[in-house]
Design a protein around this ligand. Structure first.
Ligand code: ZN
Length: 44
């Protein structure tokens, strides 16, 4: 009956480190930037 860390991580929205916008984890689950900022930082 104890909540697992995965449960909290599931409900916790990931935010972009660049603009602070909520990232759609289904779209970018391994990145810390939203799609918009990623396109701006295309130079890698
Ligand atoms: Zn962003």
């Amino acid at each position: 009956m104890t909540p697992t860390p995965d449960y909290f991580r599931n409900i916790e929205p990931k935010t972009c480190t660049d603009c602070g916008k909520t990232i759609d984890e289904m779209h970018e689950c391994y990145l810390n930037q939203c799609d918009q900022c990623l396109r701006h930082a295309d130079h890698f």
